[in-house]
Design a protein around this ligand. Sequence first.
Ligand code: ADP
Ligand code: MG
Length: 204
Amino acid sequence: MSIIMQGHGGIEVVCGPMFSGKTEELIRRVKRAQIAKQRVQIFKPAIDVRYDEKKVVSHSSQAIQSEPVQKATDILIRLKDTTRIIAIDEIQFFDEEIVTVVKKLADRGYRVICAGLDLDFRGIPFGPMPMLLALADNVQKIQAICTVCGAPATRSQRLSDSNDTVLLGEKEAYDARCRAHYFYEPEDEQVRLPIKEEVSQFIN
Ligand code: ADP
Ligand code: MG
């Protein structure tokens, strides 16, 4: 099943926590498009060099050639005439400009497949993801397996005590966790989500 009809532009977002299979799903969609002889270009932010400088690589060692780019507009510059489909992995690492780029491409008739973390390690929506999710034509939110209890996991647990939003490195640095086994104690009150006062009494 093609998620966006051939010849029609649109935005697909695959999101979820670490280890949920976002990259596998992106590779699966790209391979199916290639079987259909559609030209695909795959991009990733240059910051993501965990497994390979150029390839998009899943935790299950599936890999596909990609073009690392420094910033969102580089995708427009590198676009080839024959390309019909654009796949972008780790899209949460791009700045807000990626939203304009992705929307522009979809409006121009390209199928844009985006994969990225919906939440950061603090459980807060990651960078451009909220906008992308709202603008998407199709969203797939996938779950990993909680490493504590085996339940479906929706959160990425940081195992080190670094407070940087971006901390690369995988197996040693993060775990997939369900809501019950996810733990984050913000030292800084500002990282809490804004909650209206009348609601906060029911939550805290
Ligand atoms: P993502 O891009 O979402 O981080 P990948 O597509 O790279 O995920 O990898 C998914 C694969 O990771 C799974 O198919 C499985 O082989 C492996 N894996 C390792 N730990 C877990 C976990 N806790 N839950 C689910 N899959 C895991
Ligand atoms: Mg991935």
